[in-house]
Design a protein around this ligand. Structure first.
Ligand SMILES: Cc1cc2nc3c(=O)[nH]c(=O)nc-3n(C[C@H](O)[C@H](O)[C@H](O)COP(=O)(O)OP(=O)(O)OC[C@H]3O[C@@H](n4cnc5c(N)ncnc54)[C@H](O)[C@@H]3O)c2cc1C
Ligand code: SF4
Length: 337
């Protein structure tokens, strides 16, 4: 058994100082629903946990100001059931309610959700307790060791944003909805406070798949802000292997602004098919100014996957994903009526 130190921070400054004192073996912990899981699998091996759940004011949900502002420690279920979010921004509420189970959503925070790691089975099942290299090569877990998924069992893997080093899917639903909404992430760290657009928060795997997020180890997410654009005509549409709790096989977050039957603007992001929450700009451009028929929605869906790079078992995601985009577009447009 390995001993793990534990500190409960009562302020942002105390949390950052505690982290800096330990260094790279420290981890912040919020709901613990992902981190404890990875520790049990031997993928994460922190020597020191810094619990941030005692920091006052980080769980505030503010829907009255100029932007929607969700404190990083707000629970997924609390954000999902906030009336102003449910009524005005179905895309956000649905992305949270279609993620995980009610029990998990009652524990998990919207900040921790942004930093969950891939569910690639080779990444999660290879570490064991005896060796950090593990049973399967995985460049995300051990840089330079290889990738067991490429040429392996890749049904659940990405077809967009892939590299020769990693094809792991970005697993979260909420970050996909935030990407379609043009959200930003507020971050506090030893060098002060900064704000990062969500489009810059996730890193493509390239040849460094172990570097997944643009946040330094000692930095804390403090809040997520979302522009208050009219977003009633929006949806998060998710297809999974079973309709209870499961990660997305393919999903689409869509916000449309209609002018009669025509699309004035569309914002589309994809989940379950890409290595980061994926903004589908080619599909958005296809739609601008066009009449939204089911046939044209499917054409836009296909445009979203024109650069797909499938492996052995996941080529079906192009067709499934195109249909998910098409259905999401029709659902969102119907809500604008
Ligand atoms: C069985 C199961 C099914 C799931 N299904 C889904 C699903 O369908 N869709 C989906 O989107 N998610 C799903 N999840 C993932 C779940 O949503 C995440 O585990 C959860 O949102 C993480 O939040 P947390 O507060 O528990 O994070 P933690 O586990 O506490 O932390 C996660 C990571 O974030 C870091 N961290 C936490 N808070 C901060 C902060 N404020 N600043 C900086 N770093 C921080 C931690 O160090 C850790 O690395 C599932 C999880 C499980 C276990
Ligand atoms: S896809 Fe990425 S996470 Fe999965 S085994 Fe390959 S390198 Fe590791």
């Amino acid at each position: 058994m390995r001993a793990i130190d534990y500190t409960r921070a009562d302020s942002l400054e105390a949390a950052v100082e505690a982290f800096a004192a330990v260094g790279l073996d420290a981890r912040y912990i919020a709901g613990g629903t992902t981190l404890y899981d990875l520790m049990k699998l031997g993928v994460e091996r922190p020597a020191h946990l810094i619990d941030v759940t005692g920091i006052m004011g980080l769980d505030t949900i503010d829907t009255d100001g100029d932007v929607l502002r969700f404190g990083a420690l707000a629970l997924m279920s609390d954000v999902a059931y906030t009336p102003a979010v449910q009524e005005g921004y179905p895309i956000l509420s649905e992305s949270l309610l279609k993620a995980a189970s009610q029990q998990l959503r009652n524990m998990a925070t919207v900040g921790g959700n942004l930093l969950q790691r891939t569910r690639c089975p080779y990444f999660r099942n290879g570490a064991g307790s005896l060796s950090t290299v593990g049973v399967y090569p995985c460049n995300k877990r051990v840089p330079g060791s290889g990738c067991a998924a490429i040429g392996g069992l890749d049904r659940g893997h990405a077809i967009l944003g892939v590299s020769d080093a990693c094809i792991a899917v970005s697993p979260g639903d909420w970050p996909v909805a935030l990407t379609a909404m043009g959200a930003s992430v507020e971050i506090h760290g030893p060098a002060g406070t900064r704000t990062v657009p969500i489009s810059d928060f996730y890193r493509l795997p390239g040849d460094t798949p172990h570097l997944e997020f643009n946040i330094a180890p000692a930095e804390l997410i403090t809040a997520i802000t979302v522009p208050k654009a009219p977003s009633r005509s929006s949806t998060y549409h998710k297809i999974r292997d079973r309709e209870s709790f499961a990660f997305a096989v393919a999903s689409a977050a869509v916000v449309v602004e209609m002018e009669g039957a025509n699309v004035r603007t569309a914002r589309i992001a994809l989940g379950g098919v890409a290595t980061i929450p994926w903004r589908a700009q080619s599909a958005e451009e296809t739609l601008r100014g066009k009449q939204l028929t089911p046939e044209f929605a499917l054409e836009a869906g296909r445009a979203a996957f024109k650069d797909a790079r499938p492996g052995q078992h996941n080529a079906f995601k192009s067709d499934l994903g195109a249909r998910v985009v098409a259905d999401a577009l029709m659902i969102a447009a119907e809500r604008s009526a």
